[in-house]
Design a protein around this ligand. Structure first.
Ligand code: ADP
Ligand code: MG
Length: 552
């Protein structure tokens, strides 16, 4: 099934200055009133953000035009992607080949994750695993007017902005419906079927609730004495997280369903768990995770939801690594487990695009669906000593303007673009910074090469950003004119969410998928928009704003 489609309207609609400022102020107040907010940057780099004030998250004034068939395609392939990555996570032979025998030799962070994975994998007391995934795409222009979606990456840990994007969608709907379609700025903006509701927040919270409930069922079946009177979901978070409210909104959804949630950093978990395991002797045998909580007393943890732990910065000392390992070994259901985190490595994305690999995982999948999924791949190359790897190296050196080079990292700011690639690869050959001794080609194994997706031009938006430091530090924050800035050439990245609760299934025959699925729901979306001149796409790091879809 091919769903290429034609071009986008010129955007944003022209607005008189007064109308733009009016809409920007309406939007800003809606954002502040509905929790589309961040903590402000701390006054100094070594301080934590203030605990008692917020600024609105950056957002676009208009929703951005997006072809309906392309959203449909992204939603169609999401369940297949969810199952695919769940299957990868339970396939030790595959993970070992792709990560264990390759990437870990040249990447210290992946090596540390891999070590925990190999230490815990044969001794798991919790068979269930929860994936809250997000598959990211850019629109790709083929020829003069054909548009497609191409996958940027597949996120298996800490996929964020589900809550804030759900609320930005509601904000755009609110503006459209209370101002007769943005003051009549463009036909169709008054029609809510073009601004479809985003259920990303419900899907993420639904996955966590399903895992929590599955844990309770397991405990009832075990007929074991509950370790603590109360059971809770644990969010493992970064200290000083500015994007805390994206997480809080998920917490509030769970609380509406009567589920208790606590937030702790790795260091706090370490402090709070050690005392509990001294006092409860059966913990060691059942590996029930029990935390001492200042307000609730002893809490048995059903699900560990990692909104930290995806990058080296989250493990400053051995304490964080030890805590991660302890959590992996515990009875709590992990979101994600370390295997699911490893499955999200960019190297996995590259290997899945090699001939025959997709088919080997998705044997029971309809051929059309498989083809639709494959259409979302852009060209991906390893940089190892395989024939494909040598081809990748040649392309990177000879036509770097077509490529982006990616290490095995998450969270933005790690990629090398276009003409920076050849000097980077040459410098890699002479560097000896890593403590892992390797040859030149081996060092390149830590990277993948990806062809650059070419998003369509002619689309812009008004980007509304708050003054990022203390709100009263400058008068600029008062002036909508200086905050809603026209970006005339923007690029929008679509993410689609999936929540899948699964366990490894012993293969009965060759057609077994390797997983048994207990809960699976996909949909919703994140739309992030940035000026084309910025290569990276992070919202939290200030490159992008949160946007929503105007379907055409
Ligand atoms: P991270 O894990 O840091 O989010 P990504 O693979 O998502 O890494 O890359 C970061 C950003 O770089 C993306 O949000 C996108 O804006 C840009 N980017 C990544 N891959 C491509 C590509 N193939 N073509 C065009 N832009 C890309
Ligand atoms: Mg990304």
């Amino acid at each position: 099934m091919s769903s290429s489609t034609s071009s986008l309207p010129a955007w944003p609609p022209l607005l008189p200055k007064k109308a733009k400022n009016f809409l920007a102020q309406q939007a800003t107040d809606y954002a502040l009133a509905h929790g589309i907010v961040y903590r402000p940057l701390p006054a100094a780099a070594n301080q934590e953000p203030a605990g008692d004030s917020v600024i609105h998250a950056p957002f676009s004034l208009f929703p951005s035009p997006f072809p309906r068939p392309l959203l449909h395609k992204a939603h169609t392939v999401q369940p297949v992607y969810d199952r695919l990555y769940a299957q990868v996570s339970v396939n030790h032979v595959f993970l070992d080949k792709v990560i264990g025998q390759s990437v870990v030799h040249v990447d210290e962070f992946q090596k540390a994750l891999w070590e925990i994975y190999t230490q815990v994998k044969d001794d798991l007391v919790q068979p269930l695993s929860l994936g809250l995934f997000r598959s990211d795409y850019l629109m790709h222009q083929i020829g003069a007017s054909e548009l497609e979606i191409k996958q940027v990456e597949f996120n298996t840990i800490s996929a964020s902005f589900g809550a804030l994007c759900t609320k930005v969608n509601a904000m755009h709907q609110h503006l459209a419906s209370t101002t007769a379609g943005y003051l009549g700025a463009y036909p169709g903006l008054e029609d809510m079927s073009n601004l479809p509701a985003n259920n990303g927040l419900t899907i993420l919270a639904g996955g966590l609730a399903a895992a929590h409930n599955a844990y309770l069922v397991q405990q009832q079946q075990q007929e074991e004495q509950r370790q603590a009177a109360k059971t809770a979901v644990l969010f493992v978070v970064q200290a000083g997280e500015r994007n805390a409210f994206d997480q809080r909104h998920i917490e509030y959804e769970l609380q509406k369903q009567g589920i208790l949630v606590v937030r702790q950093t790795f260091a706090e978990v370490q402090r709070n768990v050690s005392h509990a395991s001294d006092t409860a002797s059966t913990n060691a045998r059942s590996r029930t995770l029990v935390l001492d909580h200042a307000a609730f007393g002893q809490l048995e943890i059903s699900v560990v939801y990692f909104r930290a732990g995806y990058g080296p910065g989250d493990y400053p000392t051995n304490v964080e690594w030890e805590t991660r390992k302890m959590l992996e070994q515990s009875l709590a259901i992990k979101c994600p487990s370390i295997a699911v985190q490893l499955a999200g490595a960019k190297k996995v994305q590259q290997v899945l695009s090699e001939p025959g690999v997709l088919q080997s995982f998705l044997q029971n999948t309809d051929a059309d669906q498989l083809e639709t999924l494959r259409e979302t791949f852009t060209d991906l190359y390893p940089l190892d000593d395989s024939p494909l790897g040598k081809e990748g190296y040649r392309l990177a050196m000879e036509s770097p303007e077509k490529y982006v080079l990616k290490p095995q990292r998450e969270g933005g700011g790690n990629n090398v673009y276009r003409h920076d690639i050849p000097p980077f690869l040459r410098q890699l050959e002479t560097s000896s910074s890593s403590s892992l001794p390797t040859s030149d080609i081996a060092k390149r194994q830590a990277y993948i090469l990806m062809s650059l997706i070419q998003p369509p031009s002619g689309v812009g938006n008004y980007l509304v950003k708050a003054c990022t430091r203390n709100p009263d530090a400058t008068a600029a924050g008062q002036d909508p004119e200086s905050r809603a800035v026209l970006a005339s050439d923007t690029v929008s990245e679509l993410g689609v969410y999936g929540a899948i609760l699964f366990r490894a299934d012993t293969p009965q025959d060759n057609a077994s998928s390797g997983i048994r699925v207990l809960h699976h729901e996909s949909g919703g979306y994140l739309l992030r928009t940035k000026g084309r001149d910025s290569d990276e796409g992070g919202v939290a790091v200030g490159f992008s704003v949160i946007d929503s879809l105007f379907l055409i």
